[in-house]
Design a protein around this ligand. Structure first.
Ligand SMILES: [Zn+2]
Length: 174
């Protein structure tokens, strides 16, 4: 997975024009930083330090990034996903569980019985009644659960060769 080939860009940066795209790529399992209010030097440093490719429409930034640049010119989310899927092999993300769309943190499966009282306050009571499995962001503590929107997420990502998956509860058992 870490062969360094340009087509296996699991670690990405989205520039500030691409916030929506960054959230959808996190759903597909990509490790995506969304950088705002940073100058080009700072973006380039983050890309080099962390071995990330940068999705950007900024030609000057793109030129300076060289091989680390992935130019995205499309304006709408679907067109951007389509454009990206023609540049990188998006199926490479298959098997990587979705990350937190808010902060890019890693999600961990947590059973209802293992929720603390604090955790339960983060989840609507109507959801607690019907769901036994939750996904907690290890960075920002946001909770996720399987909802009706999952079908739409799966279908949209699959159109661009990407796979939506959630962390396997089995992997949490030490
Ligand atoms: Zn988070």
């Amino acid at each position: 997975m870490n062969g360094g080939h340009q087509s296996t860009a699991e670690k990405l940066i989205c520039d500030e024009m691409l916030g929506s795209l960054s959230r959808w790529l996190r759903l597909a399992g990509y490790d995506v930083l969304y950088l705002r209010d940073m100058n080009d030097d700072e973006v380039i440093r983050a890309a080099v330090d962390e071995g990330r490719s940068v999705l950007t429409r900024d030609r000057e930034l793109s030129r300076r990034l060289g091989e680390r640049s992935i130019t995205i010119m499309a304006l709408t989310l679907d067109d951007q996903l389509e454009e990206l899927s023609r540049i990188i092999n998006t199926s490479e993300s298959a098997g990587y569980p979705a990350r937190c769309t808010i902060c890019n943190g890693v999600l961990k499966a947590i059973g209802k019985d293992d929720l603390s009282k604090e955790n339960e306050k983060m989840i609507p009571p109507r959801v607690l009644e019907i769901r036994d499995l939750y996904y907690k962001c290890e960075t920002c503590d946001h909770f996720y659960w399987r909802g009706t929107h999952i079908k739409g997420i799966k279908e949209r990502l699959s159109r661009y060769g990407m796979v939506f998956s959630l962390p396997d509860p089995e992997q949490n058992i030490l």
